[in-house]
Design a protein around this ligand. Structure first.
Ligand SMILES: Nc1ncnc2c1ncn2[C@@H]1O[C@H](COP(=O)(O)OP(=O)(O)OP(=O)(O)O)[C@@H](O)[C@H]1O
Ligand SMILES: [Mg+2]
Length: 464
């Protein structure tokens, strides 16, 4: 018995548990439990143990039957599962808050837009308005990221110059580093456009910078570089996943600890971390990897222990981008106008006022209602409505997609434009692909609304 006692005891399991074990077994019953133990090589493992007494004819215990099973892997899986369930709950919570918050920001941004256009260019107040607006826009990109996180589905991407994003994040990146780390950037002029979701790209940059920081506890250099690069068949040799073509390359280098060779294949795995439990979740690189995949790009890592690490991300060049940027850069003054009648539906009254004000200034006639039922009533009574502009998520019986369907039932050929703070969110519920594709994201700017309304009136057909 003493022998077993030694055999089973490890410093990682409380003594009380062993007391329990022997008490149970000596009473003639079997005992089942889990121990945390150490292998000879020093690694820890979990073991499920069953101890059952074996007795002779007289009922005296002569032997013990001990069955042990290594359950380390099972316990790890369980803890991963718990973690991802926790993320899911956090996600739902964040999504709920972000949705309301997004509407409030919509009201703020919309009103600032209207104020800006009312106040003369040279007014000193312009400057204040611009600052307020840029803060509100930042808030809206933050809520969008929260919404994105809660949905775990990629938000729409658009063509961007990543140099601009890197510059705009410089401050944040610098502040997240320690004083002993210098931060250098080397950005190529004339960088090609790439198509991606800005928020995701920012997350990637921050994740990689934080990893670099953690790898340089004693200080060092963080270098961010961009350049255009043409990948041909020769360069992709040995890497079947990478298509030859034009790419924008972004390299993030540090002069830190480096990554041991045997870990190189593991670092992108979700939950793989070498950091303390409360320091790292091991999700950083997993998120980076999935973003790069979504953007049809490619990521590689070079690392030398004791020297440093370079992550290189290749993002495919976006060709249609140039024309689209030209479009967006056109001055606001030439917003497209119209005289048609627009039915505006939103359960947030302030938001209908913003849309109404923008559209009336552009020459449109508007009717505002605050719910789907009212909207359908107006469509029955009023043959003059040319376009239905509706929120997707509304209190009441019908959501925007359902309203759109009912509306085209009443008025075939009615033009429809929907708006929502959630993009992609409706995918698993009652989305209607036809309108989801053309959704305008809240909060929207006057330029966007003017363009999208005109576009829908001229090209969109609600009756396809
Ligand atoms: N620049 C780097 N230098 C050295 N090791 C790195 C570097 N980047 C990542 N690693 C290694 O890869 C592991 C996984 O990185 P990842 O970003 O996925 O998770 P984490 O940083 O540990 O946790 P989290 O990002 O969730 O806070 C890290 O724990 C570290 O061991
Ligand atoms: Mg990390």
């Amino acid at each position: 018995m003493g022998q077993y006692n030694r055999l089973l005891r490890t410093e990682y399991t409380a003594g009380k548990e062993y007391g329990d074990l022997w008490e149970t077994v000596n009473a003639g019953k079997y005992w089942r439990g889990e121990f945390h133990s150490k292998h000879k090589n020093g690694s820890l493992y979990w073991e499920s143990t069953l101890v059952s007494p074996i007795t002779d004819k007289d009922g005296t215990i002569t032997h013990f039957l001990v069955v042990m099973e290594d359950i380390t892997e099972r316990r790890q899986l369980e803890s991963h599962l718990r973690r991802s369930q926790k993320m899911e709950v956090v996600g739902e919570l964040a999504g709920g808050i972000a949705h309301d918050f997004n509407n409030l920001l919509g009201i703020i941004i919309g009103n600032l837009d209207l104020m800006k256009r009312k106040i003369s260019e040279d007014s000193k107040i312009q400057n204040n308005l611009e600052k307020a607006q840029s803060a509100a826009l930042r808030g809206s990109s933050l809520t969008r990221r929260l919404l994105n996180f809660s949905q775990q589905s990629p938000e729409a991407s658009s063509p961007v110059n990543i140099n601009k994003i890197i510059v705009s994040l410089e401050d944040l990146v610098s502040r997240s580093l320690t004083g002993k780390i210098t931060h250098e950037t080397s950005l190529a002029g004339d960088l090609w456009m790439v198509e991606l979701n800005t928020g995701d790209f920012e997350d990637m940059l921050i994740n990689l910078s934080l990893n670099a920081r953690d790898a340089m506890p004693d200080g060092g250099r963080l270098i961010i570089e961009t350049r255009n690069t043409v990948i041909d068949h020769i360069t992709t040799m040995g890497d079947e996943e990478m298509e030859p073509g034009d790419y924008v390359e972004i390299a993030i280098s540090d002069t830190g600890s480096g990554i041991p060779k045997n870990l190189a294949t593991k670092i992108f795995d979700p939950f793989f971390t070498t950091k303390d439990k409360d320091k790292g979740t091991g999700l950083g690189l997993a998120m980076v990897y999935s973003f790069v995949q979504r953007s049809k790009g490619h990521i590689s890592v070079q690392s030398e222990e004791g020297i440093g690490t370079t992550f290189r991300i290749y993002l495919p060049r976006s060709l249609t981008m140039a024309q689209r940027m030209e479009e967006l850069a056109k001055p606001d003054i030439s917003l497209p106008r119209g005289t048609e009648t627009i039915l505006i539906v939103d359960d947030e009254e302030e938001l209908t006022i913003i849309a109404k004000t923008i559209l009336e200034e552009l020459g449109y006639k508007t009717i505002c209602v605050y719910g789907a039922d009212q909207a359908l009533q107006i469509l029955e009574d009023n043959p003059g409505v040319d376009l239905l502009f509706s929120d997707v998520i509304m209190a009441g019986s019908l959501n925007g997609f359902e309203l759109a369907r009912a509306a085209t039932g009443i008025r075939p050929g009615l033009k429809i434009l929907l708006t929502s703070g959630f993009t992609g969110q409706m995918q698993n519920s009652k989305a209607d692909e036809q309108w989801e594709k053309t959704l305008i994201t809240k909060p929207y700017r006057d330029v966007e609304l003017a363009k999208r309304i005109r576009d829908t009136l001229d090209n969109g057909d609600g009756n396809e």
